[in-house]
Design a protein around this ligand. Structure first.
Ligand SMILES: Nc1ncnc2c1ncn2[C@@H]1O[C@H](COP(=O)(O)OP(=O)(O)OP(=O)(O)O)[C@@H](O)[C@H]1O
Ligand SMILES: [Mg+2]
Length: 727
């Protein structure tokens, strides 16, 4: 290397270097800084001097060098960085980290210097680099031959301060050089680091404009909702709509893979292209560098490290008056001034051109991709609507369902969704092997065992199955909320706090609030009492946990008891009352059981129907048949309003189960059920069945030593006219 007498001409490659955070390093090292600076210069000159080059400027800790040949410049940088790395610096804090930037352009020196914009471009490339990193422009990349085992990593287009065009930057990668750096330190209009989606974005017109308006009005907006509902997808979509509104860019950091909470501020800094400086808390660096910027920061998956994210966000908002933050989290950060916005699942209401809902559009799109063809045949469409509804419009579940449509038709899939986890996750995940208790890395390893789900191949561990998605939230619960979540699985739909507390036999507000905060339970606050409900997919997960914990039998029996109590009130039909009546052979038992109307009005009965169906299902499958018969009888007022057939089906199922397990049912209870059955058969015009069941009722009542008159009174005069018991 020569000093000035010779200056390369023509296609010249310029190198700028300087030490990262040199001012702070000088302050920290004091007298020790001078020898460090000296050794750094010696190392750089040693590496550069081997080539045809000219040192133009050395100022403080910076170098400006011109090379006649781009390949020489690149090789010299590799040599210099390796030498810096292996040099025995007195302490780790005294190891200078040198940033280097290369650019090649056509220049002719004049008066012993270069007066060209190419020099400025080279300087900007260097200032975009981090300590230890070598960046080069597209022009250098095109001309340089690389040393052995070296290659160039394309970092994409960047705006360099002072230049209108975008420059493609490359990072030199070679053995012995650091490989991992935050994105280059380039900030400029319309710049961002938002992740690119590999699938199309569907619907959400209303939510998109709502969220955009909230972001313009509030400095901290948290998009919250259960796993897989589409928080990240919508936040990224809206953030990209807003790129032009933030002159200093839109920056994105995701904490899904951040295992150490202490690394949260580092991840945020990396989004801005900043790295920790020796001896300085990263929070300070962040606050100082971001404070003048008007930019949007999108922080994804914040529930992973909620309190650490909250701390960084509150520090940044205080220090950076023009910063806006959007977070996605299953649970709000809990900061003052945080605007919490709950994202709903995809709409199930048909809209737009094709009169299809957003949820069906997503299913169609992904199923078409899965099958490699168009699926818009009207027959499948109606089943698709059923599937989307059954999955509550949850985008993740819809995508998993679409994957299943490679092997099942829409109607077959719709039929099987009663076991939503079994069908969508497949046996391995459903068997709880993969419930998210593994780390992302472990769960990816386990993924290879799950095997057949081709469509999940590019999903992150957390989204591979419903089990892993919900399991992640479940594992964060303490004992009481976890137990409550499991127990809530027995309810078919939304219920009020009183019902929940009845079921659990204890006060539940505190654990319920936890479940609501973590987006595992939704609040429906319409007129009247607040109701709490779970998405079907979450309920399916909770039900599996309930079973696995050996709590299912007791919880479902209690749910049946709650249904009975809700329909019939306290005392009436209670176990104690019934067994008293049975012991005394009460003459009123049959009439009381079959004839007395439930205490609730029809609208209340309507609201209980889904719960009673669930309870009947349990009674006919694994619970107490007697309770099932009582329930079926208690719902007579509803069956006879156009649902008699369904009532008969349930009764038949209960008799079947009674016979299969030899369940002991007292004669008077059986007689009551048979009487209701006879009335339902009559309502359906099944006269033979009506007569048959009246006879059975009579026999059962006689067997129970009940008064025939009571049966007669309960069954009405038509029975006597048909040849039954005389009036
Ligand atoms: N509007 C949409 N259009 C297309 N795909 C969507 C849409 N919303 C969600 N998805 C897809 O559904 C899946 C789940 O969405 P997303 O990752 O945004 O959920 P999330 O709420 O962020 O979940 P988590 O709480 O686990 O982070 C993703 O594969 C995503 O691409
Ligand atoms: Mg997300």
């Amino acid at each position: 290397m020569t000093l000035r007498p010779y200056l390369p001409s023509g296609q010249v490659t310029f190198l700028f270097t300087d030490i990262e955070a040199s001012t702070r390093m000088a302050q920290a090292l004091g007298e020790e800084y001078r020898p460090v600076l000296h050794q750094h210069r010696a190392i750089l000159r040693g590496a550069m001097g081997a080539y045809d080059s000219a040192e133009l400027l050395t100022e403080g800790d910076s170098f400006f060098i011109a090379f006649q040949n781009a390949s020489d410049a690149v090789t010299a940088c590799v040599t210099a960085q390796r030498a810096m790395d292996t040099h025995p610096w007195p302490t780790p804090a005294a190891r200078p980290r040198v940033r280097m930037g290369l650019h090649t352009g056509h220049v002719v020196p004049y008066g012993g210097e270069y007066a060209s914009h190419e020099v400025h471009r080279a300087a900007r490339v260097a200032s975009a680099a981090h300590g230890g990193q070598v960046l080069c422009s597209g022009a250098t990349a095109a001309r340089a031959e690389l040393p052995d085992a070296a290659w160039l990593l394309d970092l994409g287009l960047h705006r360099l301060r002072g230049f209108d065009d975008a420059e493609r930057l490359y990072q030199l990668v070679a053995p012995g050089l650091d490989r991992h750096f935050p994105r280059p330190r380039t900030l400029g209009p319309a710049s961002h680091n938002l992740p690119a989606a590999s699938t199309s974005f569907v619907g959400r017109a209303r939510e998109r404009s709502e969220l955009r308006a909230l972001i313009s009005a509030h400095r901290l907006v948290t998009v919250t909702g259960p796993g897989g509902v589409g928080k990240t997808r919508l936040a990224v979509e809206v953030a990209s709509d807003l790129i032009s509104a933030y002159p200093d860019g839109v920056w994105f950091a995701d904490f899904a893979a951040t295992s150490d909470p202490a690394l949260v501020p580092v991840a945020v800094a990396a989004a801005f292209g900043l790295r920790p400086e020796p001896g300085r808390p990263i929070g300070e660096t962040l606050a100082e560098d971001v404070s003048p910027l008007r930019c949007l920061l999108v922080l994804d998956t914040c529930e992973h490290h909620r309190s650490q994210v909250a701390a960084v966000v509150s520090q940044l908002l205080a220090a950076c008056p023009r910063l806006t933050v959007v977070t996605t989290s299953r649970e709000p950060l809990g900061l003052a001034g945080e605007l919490m916005w709950r994202i709903p699942p995809l709409s199930l209401v048909p809209t737009g051109q094709g009169e299809r809902s957003d949820a069906v559009e997503l299913l169609l799109d992904r199923a078409s991709a899965a099958r490699g063809g168009d699926l818009r045949c009207p027959d499948e469409l109606s089943h698709m609507d059923r599937i989307a509804r059954r999955l509550d419009g949850l985008p993740l579940a819809i995508e998993l369902a679409a994957a299943r449509m490679r092997v099942l038709s829409a109607s077959e899939l719709a039929e099987r969704l009663d076991d939503v986890i079994g069908v969508l996750d497949g046996d391995t995940a459903a068997g709880n092997l993969d419930d998210g208790s593994a780390t992302e890395g472990q769960s990816r390893a386990a993924d290879s065992r799950v095997g057949p789900d081709w469509a999940a191949a590019d999903r992150t561990g957390r989204h591979r199955t419903l089990t892993t998605t919900v399991g992640w939230s479940y594992r964060t619960l303490e004992q009481r909320p976890a137990r409550l979540l499991r127990q809530l699985a027995v309810f078919a739909g939304g219920v009020d706090l009183a019902a929940i507390e009845w079921l659990l036999g204890e006060r539940c507000l505190a654990p319920l609030a936890v479940l609501v905060d973590k987006s595992l339970v939704r609040v429906d606050d319409g007129p009247g009492r607040t109701r709490y409900r779970m998405l079907d997919t979450i309920r399916a997960y909770a039900a599996r946990k309930l079973d696995a914990m050996g709590e299912e039998m007791a919880a479902r029996d209690r749910h049946v008891a709650w249904c009975l109590q809700s329909l019939c009130g306290d005392g009436y039909l209670s176990d104690a009352a019934l067994s008293d009546a049975a012991l005394s052979g009460s003459a009123l038992s049959v009439a009381a059981l079959s004839d007395a109307a439930p205490l609730v009005e029809p609208p209340v009965m309507d609201s209980l129907v889904e719960e009673v169906r669930q309870a009947l299902h349990w009674s006919a499958a694994g619970g107490d048949v007697r309770n099932g018969l009582r329930l079926a009888a208690a719902l007579e007022g509803w069956w006879t309003r156009g649902h008699a057939r369904e009532g008969r089906v349930w009764l038949f199922r209960l008799y079947e189960r009674m016979a299969a397990i030899g369940a002991p049912v007292a004669g008077h209870e059986l007689a009551a059920a048979y009487l209701v059955h006879a009335r339902l058969a009559g309502a359906d015009g099944e006269l033979g069945e009506r007569t048959r069941f009246r006879r059975r009722a009579e026999q059962a009542a006689q067997g129970a030593n009940d008064q025939i008159l009571a049966v007669h009174r309960a069954s009405g005069p038509a029975y006597a006219a048909a040849g039954g018991i005389p009036a």
